[in-house]
Write a protein that binds this ligand. Sequence first.
Ligand SMILES: *Cc1c(COP(=O)(O)O)cnc(C)c1O
Length: 415
Amino acid sequence: MSSAKEIKQLFADYVVPSYGRFDLVFDHGQGSYLWDTNGKRYLDLGAGIAVCCLGHAHPEIISALTEQAGKMIHISNLYYHKGQGRLAEEIVKRIGRGKCFFANSGGESNEGLYKLARKFGHESGRYEVITALNSFHGRTLAGIAATGQDKVKKGFEPIMDGFRYVPYNDLAAVESAIGPRTAAVLIEGIQGEGGITPAKVDYLLGLRKLCNEKNLLLLMDEVQCGYYRTGSFCSFQQILKGVPEGKDFLPDAISMAKAIASGFPMGAIWIREPYQDLLGPGTHATTFGGTPLACAVALKVLEVIQRDALPENVLAQSVFITEKLNTLVQRYPRVMNGIRGMGFMLGINLNTESGVFSPAKGNPSGQFVNRLSENGVLAIPAGASIVRLLPPLNLSRAEAEEGIEVIEKTAASLQ
Ligand SMILES: *Cc1c(COP(=O)(O)O)cnc(C)c1O
């Protein structure tokens, strides 16, 4: 086996350095754990950035992959196959009447949303999409244009035309940004990269009403917050749970990706009736979209999530984790000063004012995540001061307890 040093050298020599990587070289995984090349074990509370929703090396994902690979991996979208139709049916059942288009990533799925908005507005000369500040919609050219963060655009100007940005959770700001060219509004149900900020109930309901009044599409990016991460299939279903006015809430289109095939690359958009046929034959395509292989895995993911009652597990463990983290906030106020998010999309606010994080050592979030990994837990920074926990949906109580213990140990060492 190659040593960590040799592997990192291969990256230094041959891999485009577009990622800031942690100093960790992984070899294999099992369930909620990963092992590095030195044999050290880590509890993976990042799950590949909300991707590996059933953890690593899940036996049923392995057999779904290998069985389908032995049968038919790819045929192109020139032909029909059962898996794509069945997966679309399963997604429609979980959201509402409409149809799906399959892609390969979150950024590419969002491209489908932008194209839908343009097609929708084309006859009336409208093409603009209003998005939120602090959003994240992917790294394609339209994705960085849609994203309301300057850091992703820097050096790639001119930025594609047709996007306007407004503060998140601010309905009045959306209303005043609407102009004669506006075709759609796009938001994340819970901002992920921007720092774990859920949409408010009134914001969602208000956006729906506003989009109806102004004949705009309401688009939602559920790439990170969707796929049961909150305990409901879509984040807005969880946010609006028990809200009478929210019972019939639906966006007009939704993008998903990350967890859809628990690590096998895939993305999708769902489009609501009556817009589901706007992208007609010849208007949109992708070679690898919805292959028999990807669909077989994605169908297995949904089957396992349902059978093993993982949405209920997310809710139960999330209550436990949130309670414990709130205790840690009380106990270590110099290190952390708040918990945010919902379900298995949680953020720890670090206290950047107390002086426990030295500015010379980079972002507090990076410093905390580094210390966590030294102690055997993987988490993910969001911005400079928030640490994200995005565990696999099948995380056990014992694993949650282990994670909390390590977070406490890490906080104690800093306090
Ligand atoms: C990760 C992410 C994307 C981009 O997905 P890729 O698969 O990296 O292209 C888009 N939107 C949100 C909310 C994301 O979290």
